[in-house]
Design a protein around this ligand. Sequence first.
Ligand code: FE2
Ligand code: FE2
Length: 243
Amino acid sequence: MKTEIIYKNGGHQWYFFGRDPNRDARLIDTNQFMITVGNDILLTDPGGAEIFPMVMTSVSNLVDVNRICAIFCSHQDPDIISSLPLWLSLCPKATVYYSWLWEGLMSHYGTQYLKNAKLLPDAGMRIEIGDRPFEIIPAHYLHSAGNFSLFDVEAKILFSGDLGGGFMPHDYPLYVKDFTAHFKLIEPFHKRVMTSNAAKHRWIKRVRKLNPVMICPQHGALFIENGVTEFLDWLEDLEVGRW
Ligand SMILES: [Fe+2]
Ligand SMILES: [Fe+2]
C-alpha cells in the first residue's frame, strides 16, 4: 500500500494511504488519511474492513496506534468505515465523529465499540485535535443524506469525502495533473451519486470562503494549487442527481 506525506508543518504530518495493488479488483480504491498532532492522531475515513490489515500495518509502521484519539467519518458507507470495530478494538478511547442521522446504522458496526461516539449536528461543528482546530462542514446529499467534509483550518486542507472522487483505474496518480481527462473520469460518479444541485451550490459557496490549498477526496487523485479552483468551477457547472 502506498504511504505518502502530503503535507508537513513543524512536528505535524499529514499522511495518505491507498492504491493497494493487491486488493481484490471488486473493491473501489479508497484514500485514507492520518494527521499527527504532537501525541494526538486523527484518522479520517479510515476505510473498509477488507483493506484494514494493509492500512493498519502502514499506520503502525509509523506511529503507536494507541495515540489515535479521533476517527472522523464523512458518512456511513462501508468503504468509509466498515473497519471501525477493528480500529476501535486497538484504540478504544478514540472519539468517533459522524452524523446524528446515522446512529442507528453505525451502531450495527458494534455498540460495544462505539462508547465514544460524537454525533454531529446538521450544521457541523468545530473540534480540536491537540491544539489544532478543525471545521466539520455540512455536505449533506453529497452524496449521503448525513454527510460532512473535514477542514484543517490552519493547513487549509479539505477532506471532502466522496466529493471529487470517482471509480478510478488501478495505480492512478496521487495528484491531478490533466484536468480535462480527470473530470471526464469522475463525471459519471458525480452525476449519479451526488443527489442535489442546491446542496452542491451551498457546499461550493462555503468551500470557496474557506479557500483551501488542497482538496483530498476519499477516492482518486488530490487537487492542489490551481486544481482546487478548477475542481470547484467544474463541479459548479455540472448537473448532478441524474443517470
Ligand atoms: Fe459514499
Ligand atoms: Fe466512497
